[in-house]
Ligand binder design. Structure first.
Ligand code: T1G
Length: 704
C-alpha cells in the first residue's frame, strides 16, 4: 500500500486545488471522500482561498464508488455528511476539472460542485444500473435538475458513458477544453473567473428543468414500458426510474432520502451481487497466469480477413469499427461482391435503426478493402482465416498464408472447434498461429475466444488477447481441444436439449423455460437463426471420428427434411415469409413423436426446473472437466464466455456463479442421480466430486 496521500491539498494564487490520487481509476475508496471533505473545509476556512478546484491525478477524474466495498456491510455516512453534500454546501465556488472518466460517484461529486469543465475526450455517466444498483450519491436528484428528467432517465437507465461535448450540450458541463490544453491550468483560470460570482450556482437549488416532467408526466411509465423486455426479472432499472421520478415530485432533501431507500433495496440483492461478480470476472479474464506480464505486444495496425462470408464480413466490420484498415480476400469476384454487399447492408441496417450515423458508416466501410489475391494481403500485421470448417480447406489457406505473409504477422484462424495445430502445422511458422474464435454475429457479440496452438508463442497469444480488446471484444483464453472452452462447455447443453425432445418435451416448452430464465432467445429458436445444417455437419464429423458419439436422431431428421431454420422458412419452428417470428409447428411435434416411438423412448412431462437443470448442469459438469484439464484458467472465465458468447443472463452472474447459488453439493448429487438414470454422459467430473467433498464453490475452482 503506497504511503502517498489519497487526496492532496494545495493552493495556488488564491485557488485551492484538491487532487484525488487513488490509482488506477481514482475510485472513492475509504479515505478518498474524507480527503475531499477535509479539502473543502480547509479551503472554506482559509481567507486567502477564493475558489476551489477538484481534479483527478493519473488517467482519470473519479470513476465512482469503490465497487469492492459493496456487500461488505460498510457503514455509509449519513445524508448531509457525504463528499458531494459538503461540496454542495461550500461557501466558495468549486470547479470540477474532468479528464478520462467521471462515472457514478465521480459524476455525483462533480455535480455537487458549482461548475464542471472537462477535456474533450472525457466521458461522464451514471453506470450504476450496470452493476445492479442506482446512483446513490444524489445523482438521481441532481442529473434531472441539470439535464432534464428525460435525459436523466435515459442516462441512468442505460448507464451509458456520455462524451464531454454531448454532456456540454445537455448542460451537465459548463465548458469543454481541448485535450492538448493543460486542464489544471484551465480549471484554475476558470475558478478565478468565477471566484466572486454570487449567488453560487447549485444544481440542488435548480428546478427549472423539472418542468419537463410536469409537461410530460407519462415519461416514467413510457420508460418502464420501453425496458420491460431487457429488464425482465430485474429490479435496479425500475428503482432508477422511481428515483428520478422522486426528483420531479419531492423537494431535494426528501428526494435524497427516497434515493437512499431505493438504493438500499438493491446493494445486497442477488442481482447486484451477480452483476458485481460479472464486472470483476470481465477484468480477471485478461490475466494470463502462464504468460509473463511483460511479454511484448506486437504493434498491430492493419488486418486482413480470408473469407467474406457472414463471419468473415462480421470480423472485418469489427476491425473497421475500431479504426483498423482491413482487407477482405475472396477467391472469386462474385463471392467478394456478395460479401461486401452483406457488409454494406449490415451497416445500412444500423443507420436505419439510428445506432450509427451515416457519415460514420461511410468512414467504416471505406476502411474495408476487397481484394482477390493473397499478394494483396501480404503486408498485413494480422490475418484471420474464416473459410469453411473443413480441415483440408483450412490447411490449404494456411499453406498460402505461410508463403505470402510478411515475417512476424499473426496467422489466426476463426475455427470454432478444429485443432489449431492442424492449421499451424501447415505452415513453417506454427509459433505465429493461434485461434481467434469470434461469435456470430461477429460485429455484435463481444466474446473473442483466443485459442492456444501447441506452438503458439506467448507474444502471439498476448498480442491476440490485446487485439481483441482493441476491437471492443472481451478476450478470453482457451486451450486446444474439440470445441475449446465455450463450445465444448455448451455441447452437452445442445445434446441434452435434443434428448429432452426424445423424452417428451417440445421445442417451445424448452425455449420458454430458457427465456423466462433470462435468455434473449430460446436455444431452439437460436438454432433456427444460425442454421441447423451447421450443427448437423458437426455431428456427422464427430460421429465419423468417434463410434461412441451419441447420435441425435430427431435433430438429424429435422435437417434431413430440409428444415434448416429461418433460412429455409422452417426448422424447429415454422416462419411466415419475411417474418422471423418462430411459430410452433405441428409437423415438428409429429416428427418428434415418430422418432421417439422408433427409438422406443418412454414419453413423460417435465417441470420447468428439471428442463433448466438438465441443460445447465450438463454444461457445469463439462466446465469442471475443462478446468481439471487446464483448458480454461478459472471458472469465472467460463462465466465470461457464457455471458458474452451465449447470452447467459448477466444478472445471474454466469453459468458457474449461478450453479454456486444452488450449491456445489446439490449440483453434484443431482448429476450423480442422472448418472444412475442415464448412464455415462452424466458421469460427474472428478473436479466436481472434489469440490462437493470439500464444499468448495465453483468460482474458487482453479485450473488443474
Ligand atoms: N471500484 C473498484 N475497482 C474498480 C472500479 C471501481 N469503481 N473501476 C475500475 N476498477 C478496477 C478494475 O477492477 C481494474 O482492476 C482496474 O480498476 C482498471 O479497471 C455511490 C454507488 C472506469 C471505464 O461502475 O467502468 O459510484 O483488474 O480494467 O478499461 O452512486 O473501470 O486492475 O485489479 O476497467 O480503463 C460506479 C466502473 C460505481 C465504473 C475504466 N462506477 N469502472 O476502464 O480499466 S458505483 C462504475 C469502469 C457508484 C455511487 C455509486 C472502468 C472504467 P484490476 P478497467 P478501463
Amino acid at each position: 500500500m503506497s504511503d502517498k496521500p489519497l487526496v492532496r491539498y494545495e493552493t495556488e494564487d488564491g485557488i485551492a486545488i484538491i487532487t484525488v490520487d487513488n490509482p488506477p481509476v481514482n475510485a472513492l475508496s475509504p479515505g478518498v471522500p474524507e480527503g475531499i471533505i477535509d479539502g473543502v473545509r480547509r479551503a472554506n476556512a482559509d481567507p486567502a482561498v477564493r475558489a476551489i478546484v477538484l481534479i483527478g491525478a493519473g488517467r482519470s477524474f473519479i470513476a465512482g464508488a469503490d465497487i469492492r466495498q459493496f456487500g461488505t456491510g460498510r457503514v455509509r455516512p449519513p445524508i448531509g455528511q457525504r463528499s458531494h453534500d459538503i461540496l454542495d454546501a461550500s461557501e466558495k465556488p468549486v470547479v470540477a476539472a474532468i479528464h478520462g472518466f467521471a462515472l457514478g460517484g465521480g459524476l455525483e461529486n462533480a455535480m455537487g460542485c458549482n461548475y464542471r469543465i472537462a477535456a474533450r475526450s472525457a466521458k461522464v455517466g451514471l453506470p450504476e444500473v450496470l452493476i445492479g444498483i442506482l446512483p446513490g450519491g444524489g445523482g438521481t436528484q441532481r442529473l434531472p435538475r441539470v439535464a432534464g428528467p428525460k435525459r436523466a432517465l435515459e442516462m441512468i437507465v442505460s448507464g451509458r458513458h456520455v462524451p464531454a461535448p454531448e454532456a456540454l450540450g445537455y448542460g451537465i458541463l459548463d465548458k469543454v477544453v481541448e485535450d492538448s490544453a493543460d486542464l489544471r491550468a484551465e480549471a484554475v483560470a476558470f475558478a478565478k473567473s468565477v471566484a466572486d460570482k454570487r449567488p453560487l450556482p447549485r444544481i440542488s437549488e435548480r428546478s427549472d428543468k423539472l418542468q419537463e416532467a410536469k409537461d410530460e408526466p407519462g415519461m416514467f411509465d413510457a420508460m418502464r414500458k420501453s425496458i420491460a423486455r431487457r429488464a425482465r426479472n430485474q429490479k435496479a432499472p425500475y428503482n432508477c426510474i422511481a428515483a428520478v421520478e422522486a426528483a420531479c415530485t419531492l423537494p431535494f432533501q426528501e428526494g435524497l432520502a427516497r434515493e437512499q431507500a431505493l438504493f438500499q433495496e438493491l446493494e445486497n440483492a442477488d442481482e447486484a451481487r451477480a452483476l458485481r461478480y460479472a464486472f470483476f470476472a470481465e477484468r480477471e479474464v485478461a490475466k494470463l497466469p502462464d504468460i509473463p506480464a511483460d511479454t511484448p505486444i506486437k504493434d498491430i495496425k492493419t488486418a486482413a480477413v480470408v473469407g467474406a462470408g457472414t463471419m468473415g464480413g462480421g470480423i472485418a466490420m469489427s476491425f473497421a469499427d475500431f479504426g483498423f484498415p482491413v482487407r477482405v480476400l475472396e477467391v472469386t469476384q462474385e463471392a467478394l461482391d456478395r460479401g461486401m454487399q452483406r457488409i454494406r447492408s449490415n451497416y445500412e441496417t444500423s443507420v436505419k435503426r439510428g445506432s450509427l450515423a451515416a457519415d460514420e458508416m461511410e468512414r467504416r466501410f471505406a476502411r474495408i478493402q476487397p481484394v482477390t489475391s493473397y499478394d494483396d494481403i501480404a503486408d498485413a500485421d494480422v490475418v484471420i482465416e474464416v473459410v469453411f470448417e473443413e480441415i483440408p480447406v483450412k490447411q490449404e489457406v494456411f499453406g498460402k498464408l505461410d508463403a505470402v505473409m510478411k515475417p512476424g504477422a499473426l496467422l489466426l484462424t476463426n475455427t470454432s472447434a478444429i485443432d489449431i495445430d492442424k492449421m499451424a502445422n501447415a505452415t513453417k511458422r506454427p509459433q505465429d498461429v493461434a485461434g481467434s474464435h469470434f461469435f456470430s454475429p461477429a460485429n455484435v457479440m463481444k466474446l473473442l475466444e483466443v485459442v492456444k496452438g501447441s506452438a503458439s508463442s506467448p507474444e502471439v497469444l498476448a498480442t491476440t488477447m490485446a487485439l481483441g480488446r482493441k476491437i471492443g471484444k472481451i478476450s478470453a483464453m482457451a486451450g486446444n481441444c474439440d470445441g475449446f472452452v465455450a463450445n465444448r462447455s455448451r455441447a452437452p447443453f445442445n445434446t441434452e436439449m435434443a434428448i429432452l425432445l426424445e423424452e417428451g418435451c417440445l421445442p417451445e416448452q424448452v425455449d420458454k423455460v430458457m427465456v423466462d430464465f433470462g435468455y434473449p432467445m430460446g436455444p431452439f429458436a437460436v438454432g433456427d437463426l444460425s442454421g441447423l445444417d451447421i450443427g448437423y455437419a458437426g455431428r456427422r464429423r464427430r460421429a465419423a471420428e468417434n463410434p461412441n458419439y451419441r447420435k441425435l436422431p430427431i435433430s438429424d431428421r429435422i435437417v434431413e427434411m430440409g428444415r434448416h431454420g429461418q433460412k429455409t422458412g422452417a426448422g424447429w419452428y415454422r416462419y411466415e415469409k419475411g417474418d422471423r417470428t418462430p411459430h410452433p409447428d405441428p409437423e415438428v411435434a409429429r416428427v418428434i413423436k415418430e422418432v421417439a416411438a422408433e427409438m422406443g423412448v418412454e414419453q413423460r412431462s417435465f417441470t420447468d426446473e428439471e428442463i433448466l437443470r438438465r441443460l445447465l448442469f450438463s454444461s457445469v459438469n463439462e466446465a469442471c472437466k475443462i478446468l481439471e484439464e487446464g483448458i480454461a484458467y478459472r471458472a469465472s472465465d467460463i462465466d465470461v464466455m457464457w455471458l458474452h458468447g451465449f447470452g447467459f443472463p448477466r444478472y445471474r452472474g454466469g453459468l458457474m456463479y449461478w450453479a454456486d447459488q444452488i450449491g456445489v453439493r446439490a449440483v453434484y448429487d443431482q448429476i450423480s442421480r442422472w448418472h444412475q438414470q442415464y448412464g455415462e454422459r452424466w458421469a460427474p467430473a472428478k473436479l466436481l466430486r472434489e469440490l462437493a467433498d470439500s464444499n468448495t464453490p465453483f468460482r474458487n475452482a482453479k485450473a488443474g
